[in-house]
Design a protein around this ligand. Structure first.
Ligand SMILES: NC(=O)c1ccc[n+]([C@@H]2O[C@H](COP(=O)([O-])OP(=O)(O)OC[C@H]3O[C@@H](n4cnc5c(N)ncnc54)[C@H](O)[C@@H]3O)[C@@H](O)[C@H]2O)c1
Length: 357
């Protein structure tokens, strides 16, 4: 088992990574607060892993709250149903919420944990690659509003993250690849060495090689943990984790969140941001090509869907949460392994990028 620490003073917590960890007796017992646990999961993931999870929770009383599967259920209504279930089953301030599932379950259960009785203990058991390398670490929780994604939420750090790579075996191929997009992101924003390692492990990654995956998840979580430890509430540095995301959110919005998975939109967004950095004279063409090649070799899209109008995409980018004083703030690579947050890119440059993408 690999153990990493997210260093946040009194709110520090471990990330446990390994193949087949779930089911290890009492593995999660040290992170359970009182005598009651509520596992929040969905109809897809619950039947797959609930029994193993229970074995790792020891002898506490476990209630299960099973939600419908899908991003469209990441809403205030579903959140209210979780609170109703907790009240109905007489949970109190000493209870621990355990999220078993992908990022949707983690975000929603985390928000319930942040707010139920002003905040209760929370444990993340992520079962998608995207959640293992990204969503489960860092304490961002929340639900969507009809007018925007993640518009309602709170920072609430888990007590522990348990990432069992064996759970990824049942993940649909598209979902798996979507998680790889965030892995590539860490190489571009933080580590040229990690990026080069990924270039050398394309076949192993495409085959979900367990040993390679555990190492890649460890490195991804280590990078995210370091960024979060520096800037827990995204006052500055944490924004680099949004590399590719401003472009991605525009693509997701314009395709109605149905055509592209988030990771697929991020994949295209990272290529567009690299191309934009090149047009802005920040990044060399060879590095843009390396990013495009790695993204493509991992089975991810690298080009904008045909139906998207570039000027509509630019307009949507202008409405992003990250826009300050009307200027687009973009995370652009200056080389592989280092990015810069800038509001100095001309709109015309972004538009040309979108037209070429
Ligand atoms: N909090 C954060 O910092 C953060 C970061 C990135 C993304 N997110 C959020 O995460 C969400 C996306 O997460 P996601 O990509 O994990 O999607 P998801 O939670 O919808 O999971 C994808 C699909 O895979 C299924 N699934 C999960 N684990 C499985 C397994 N082991 N085997 C078979 N099927 C399985 C799910 O039921 C679902 O149908 C978005 O809502 C996004 O906003 C949050």
């Amino acid at each position: 088992m690999i153990e990493l620490k997210v260093d946040l003073g009194a709110r520090s917590y471990p990330i446990l990574i390994g193949d087949g960890l779930l089911g290890t007796p009492d593995l999660l017992t040290p992170y359970i607060g009182g005598r009651q646990v509520a596992v929040v999961t969905n109809t897809t993931v619950g039947p797959l892993f609930l029994d193993q999870l229970k074995a790792s929770l020891g002898s506490v009383a476990v209630d299960v709250i099973e939600l419908k599967d899908g991003e469209r259920f990441k809403t205030l209504d579903t959140y209210a149903s979780v609170i109703d279930a907790l009240m109905g089953k007489r949970h109190n301030r000493t209870t621990t919420l355990v999220a078993l599932g992908g990022g949707v379950i983690g975000d929603l259960a985390g928000f319930a944990a942040a707010t139920f009785q002003r905040g209760v203990a929370f444990v993340q058991v992520p079962t998608t690659l995207l959640a293992q390398v990204d969503a489960s670490v860092g304490g961002k929780t929340g639900v969507n509003h009809s007018s925007g994604k993640n518009m309602i939420g709170a920072f609430h750090q888990p007590r522990c993250v348990l990432a069992d790579t064996a759970t990824l075996a049942t993940l649909p191929a598209r979902e798996y690849r979507a998680g790889l997009a965030e892995v590539v992101k860490y190489g571009v924003i933080w580590s040229a060495q990690f990026f080069a390692q990924l270039e050398g492990q394309i076949d192993a990654l495409n085959q979900r090689d367990a040993a390679v995956l555990a190492e890649v998840i460890r490195e991804s979580c280590a990078i995210k943990a370091e960024v979060v430890a520096e800037d827990e509430r995204e006052q500055g540095r944490r924004a680099i984790l949004n590399y590719g995301h401003t472009f991605a959110h525009a693509l997701e919005t314009l395709t109605g969140y149905e055509q592209l998975l988030h990771g697929e939109a991020v994949a295209i967004g990272m290529v567009l941001a690299a191309d934009c950095a090149c047009r802005h004279d920040l990044l060399d063409e060879a590095s843009v090509q390396r990013i495009r090649n790695l993204v493509g070799a991992l089975g991810l899209p690298t080009e904008m869907p045909d139906a998207i109008d570039p000027s509509a995409a630019l307009t949507v980018m202008g409405m992003d949460k990250k826009v300050v004083d009307g200027r687009l703030r973009l995370v652009l690579p200056e080389r592989i392994g280092a990015v810069r947050v800038t509001d100095q890119v001309e709109r015309a440059t972004v538009l040309t990028t979108l037209e070429a993408g």
